[in-house]
Design a protein around this ligand. Sequence first.
Ligand SMILES: [Zn+2]
Length: 272
Amino acid sequence: MCFRFKSKIIAISSVVEGPTAKAYAIEICKKFSNERIKGIFVRSRKVFAPVEEIVGRKFVKSDSIGKNILFFFDCHIVIRVHLMMYGVIHVYKADEPLLKPMDRVRLMLIGDSRKIVIYNAPIVEIGLRDQVLGRLKTELGPDPLSDEWDEERVYENITKFREEKIGIVLLNQSVIAGIGNILRNEILFRVGVNPERKVGDLSPEEIHKIIYYAKELSRQYLELKIQGKRIKDILRVYNRFSSICEICGHPIKFYRQKPINRKTFVCENCQR
Ligand SMILES: [Zn+2]
């Protein structure tokens, strides 16, 4: 996944988690602010508002909610993009040729001096702002990178799933928005909790620590993204195949947690 500005390609990550979506939104704000939309191209089945109304409008800002990237204009229409694994956003000068073939383009917003092109994104939704935001608010839990982060609500959200494994609950976007596989592995390592533990078996202190690190690690992850650095600096277990735990020296175990089948890394000595 990468950003392309002028001739520079900035690597973002192979998987979009909340901090990656936020970093994209921040970059788009910088590179596309005050552009007036002269043309739009969209290839999506999720068009629920008259697209042509965006033409002639000003781009106001981009922001993220969880893993969703939103585009706001000075009208009642919003565009929501979810990049999942394969989506990429490029920003070009308005007259610059595209780097990838047109059949990969899901959305193109042409401004006065620049254009934003989104390739391969599985979700591009165009809808009425209040409806889209209202729905996201209902479907998603609090976002650690938002001003509306609400620890009490997150605590309630987690403890609703007493019978489920914490490693699985953390990926549920209705519990916390924006936590992906990297963050859930790193959070549970920091807290010393095994992903197989059931929520009902966790102490309140352990749950509070999980909530603390959900925010703290999201913040650190975003900071690295903004600085254009690799997130390796915060990875203490994720993708550490055949390495040893930096705390106790035990081997880090890799497996795929069932039934979600996601890559899971754990120090079974530190994470009980
Ligand atoms: Zn350890």
